[in-house]
Every structure is written in C-alpha cells, then in structure tokens.
Write a protein that binds this ligand. Structure first.
Ligand code: ATP
Length: 455
C-alpha cells in the first residue's frame, strides 16, 4: 500500500519534470507572443436548432433594446437621492355657529393647527369649544363609572382612566330627587366637563378653502433644482388644480381633493364632521436629456384613514387643545381656559422622484450585459442539440474532445526511451526517481503497467 503511493508520487514527479523543463517554459513564453488561440467552433447543420438559437437571440435583443434601453432608459445614470422642501399655506373664510346660534367667522389663523408643520397640514373643519374654570362639578355623562346612587359608588370607582378630574367621593343628584335615583360623581378640576355627545355641524365653506403647496426639489448628482411653481404669476393667482385643465397649478381646493379621494357624498360629509387623513403625493420623474421645462411634478391623492362604515370603533381624526388665560381684579384672580376638541382634515404631503441623464459608462455597462446575456442562446441551444434528439450523441462526439492520458504517457515514455525530451535535446535520465518509470528493457511489452486511475 505504502510502496504503491510512493510509486504514484514518483510517476507524477516524472511527468511534471517532463512537462516543466526550462525549455518548455521558454517555449510557452515564446508562444505567448507568437501564438493566438481561439476557441474551436462546431457548426451544426440543423434548421430547428438554428431557428431556436435565432429566436432566443432575437428575444434577448428585443428585451434589451425595447425594455432596458427604451423603457428603462438603460443609457442614463439615475439620481434617486432627491432633496425636497414643502411649504403649505391655506386661504379661505369659514362660518360656524356658537351655542347661542350666533355666527362665528373663522380664518386660516383659527383653523390651521398648528400654524406650520413639516410636510403636513391640519385644517379644523369642526370643533367643540368649552369654556372652563378650576372648580368642582359633576363628571361627564359619557363617563360610565360616574353613574351613582350613593357616595360609596364614587369612592369605589375613583380610579377610572376616563375621569375628567379628581373625584371627591360625593354623588351629586338633581335637587329634590329620591335617594334611589341616579346621579353623577362630583369631581374637582376644569368645569364644566366637555359634552361631545352632540356633534355640531362642520364649518361651512370649508370645501372652498384652498391649499397652496410650494415644493422645491434638487437632484444633487446632476446639480439640478426645480420648483412646482410656474413662472406666470397672473395664472397662479387665478388657478385651481384640475387633473385635466390645470394639472400644474399648485393651488388645490379642499372640495376637489375630497371628491377625488372619496366618491360617496355621505362619507365626504362625515370626513368634514369627524375628520380624516388625506395623502398628497408629488412625484417628480425627470428626464434631464430633455429640456428642463419638461421636468414637472405629477400630483396624486388618496385617503389614509378608514371609512366610517368599515371602522366602527374609531374613525375620523380629532384631538384636543386648550388656550389659557387669567382674570385679575383687585380682590381675586381666576384661571380660565377654552378647551377645543378639533375635528378636521389632515393632509400628509409626500415627495418622491428620480432624474436620469445620459451617461456613457452606464450605456457601455448595459451593452456589455446584453452581450453576456446573448450567450444564453448558445447555452440553451447546446442543451437542446447535445441532449435532445437522435443526433445528440453525434454532436456530442464532435463537440467534446477527450484527452487520452494513456496515449500521452506512452508518448512521454517513448521520448525518454530515446533519451531525448520533446524539444529533441538530450534528457537526463540518471535521476533515480525518473529511472524507475522508464520501461524496463528486459520486458517484452511496451504497454504501461499503470492504469488511468493511478494518474
Ligand atoms: N392657499 C392659497 N390659495 C390661494 N392663493 C394663495 C394661497 N396661499 C397663498 N396664495 C397667494 O399666493 C401668492 C404667493 O403666496 P406667498 O405666501 O408666497 O405670499 P404672501 O404675500 O406672503 O401671501 P399672503 O400674505 O397673501 O398670505 C400670494 O398672492 C398669496 O396671496
């Protein structure tokens, strides 16, 4: 076992020595500058394989030219790292009524809360205002645990999270009512408690409010900046966005946006009454190989909240805020506040986009990829030609050339026998390692005594 592995190593050494003589290395170096090698091409005369190959090549070329180069503009460098700034301003006068049914006129400073936000805007279209002061009063009707028949009920349920103030432990009942009748627990805090069980009607004219969207963008890779404002101030002063006639006007009527995002009249009215969230998407898709004036935004709109008939638990959009003031006179001072529960439309503005410009490097890379993908045709046709059909075996024989190691070794052996290497020079066969693989002159056969597997 051990001697046979030594024998194998010896054989390999001999072969390598034969292959890598100094003269051989020299000849390889000379051939590097004097010989050009090219792959052998096998031509197969078969119309079916040829047509398949052409069909695949045409499909690849069509895909590359029409889709990659034409539609995807594979010759352009793309900049998606767009920088954007958005400023929003709303105009319009709204009319609402107070509890005494008096007309209240509100303007943008009243209904835009807060006055400025990042890429968002809230327009208050409905509200419940409650003037309050710090004192003791009954809990709200909608706070269920506040229903009581005795003081004990109010002490027991003190920990409710819906409480509007600190409960005093007293059950307040209407005057002259019996001991068994229901009352409400007393609380200490801002009184009276807000009553939002009756929803007022939304601000009329809210649909005619207009939103001015000012958007600036920059594509830093191409050092190009654009704005959504058209350089025609007379036009801008009088226009309102419309998807057909004024699609580049940056002033949007609230009613038009509601019509786009919600087709149902009843649902639109509920959005004004209970609030809602609307998305304004500004999309810049610029081909900077064309004139810069053609780099214009596209506006799309959508609803970002659930409809009232789908979401029963919580629909619309509302929040509370309070404005505080203090009243002083010579004898006392008191703290007051006006609590407002605001319902309205929240607009979220998102800006997306990309710009493309001709770039030679991108073009050559895509052409290189196309040439690489063309090799797929040969790959597919080779599989078909060599493995499918009756002639497959014939094509395989022609295409693949088997290197017969046994013959090659025999050649080397003969060379050694003559005492000359492949360049015709005298071979040194004095080495013991080499000697053991030389044919033994006393044996009648010239067949090698080792198998392919040994090599
Ligand atoms: N929401 C809007 N609807 C209609 N026009 C608007 C709106 N917002 C602004 N504008 C008008 O667009 C123009 C540019 O507005 P910009 O805010 O830049 O100027 P401004 O003089 O500060 O505006 P203003 O004082 O009228 O609010 C002004 O004529 C302004 O009145």
């Amino acid at each position: 076992m051990h001697s046979s592995s030594n024998e194998n190593i010896g054989k390999l050494r001999y072969i390598f020595k034969q292959l890598f003589t100094i003269d051989y290395v020299k000849s390889v170096l000379v051939s590097l500058v004097t010989e050009y090698e090219t792959p052998k091409i096998v031509t197969i005369h078969s119309w079916s394989i040829a047509l398949t190959c052409r069909a695949v090549q045409i499909a690849i070329l069509t895909y590359t030219i029409l889709y990659v180069m034409g539609y995807q503009k594979g010759y352009q460098q793309i900049d998606t790292a767009m920088i954007s700034s958005v400023t929003l301003k709303v105009k319009g006068i709204g009319i609402s009524y107070n509890k005494q049914n008096e007309i209240i006129t509100i303007d943008n400073a009243d209904y835009i809360i807060p006055p400025q936000e990042n890429n968002a805007l809230f327009i208050m279209t409905n509200y419940i205002k409650t003037d309050q002061q710090r004192t003791k009063c009954s809990e709200g009707f909608d706070v269920r645990p506040a229903n009581c028949t005795s003081n004990a009920d109010c002490t027991k349920n003190q920990q409710t999270s819906k409480a509007n103030g600190r409960w005093t432990g007293i059950c307040r009942k209407p005057k002259n009512s019996s001991t068994t009748s229901f009352g409400l627990c007393e609380m200490e805090g801002w009184c009276p408690v807000e009553n939002d069980l009756i929803q007022p009607e939304p601000v009329s004219d809210a649909l005619n409010f207009t939103i001015f969207v000012k958007n600036f963008i920059e594509f830093p890779k191409f050092n190009t900046a654009r704005s959504n404002l058209i350089h025609d101030s007379n036009y801008l002063k009088n226009c309102n966005w419309n998807s057909v006639t004024h699609e580049q006007c940056p002033i949007f009527r609230v009613g038009d946006l509601l019509n786009i995002v919600e087709t149902d009249d009843d649902e639109r009215q509920k959005m004004l009454k209970y609030g809602g969230v609307i998305r304004i998407k500004i999309d810049w898709n610029c081909n900077l190989d064309k004139p810069l004036s053609e780099c214009i935004p596209k506006y799309t709109f959508g609803r970002l909240d659930s409809r009232s008939n789908i979401e029963k638990f919580s629909f619309g959009f509302n929040f509370r805020f309070a404005s505080h003031w203090k009243y002083y006179n010579q004898t006392y001072h008191r703290a007051y506040r006006t609590l407002t529960k605001a319902f309205g439309l929240r607009f979220i503005i998102t800006v997306t986009g990309q710009a493309g410009k001709f770039n030679f490097l991108t073009l050559t890379l895509n052409i290189g990829s196309m040439i690489g993908v063309l090799g797929l045709a040969t790959f597919i046709c080779d599989i078909l030609a060599l493995n499918c059909g009756k002639k497959g075996i014939v094509y395989r024989q022609e295409k693949f050339q088997t290197v017969d190691l046994r013959t090659r070794i025999e050649q080397l052996r003969r060379l050694s026998e003559n005492g000359r290497d492949r360049e015709g020079k005298k071979e040194d066969i004095s080495n013991e390692d080499t000697k053991q693989y030389l044919p033994r002159k006393d044996l009648p056969t010239i067949q090698p005594t080792y198998k392919d597997d040994d090599v």
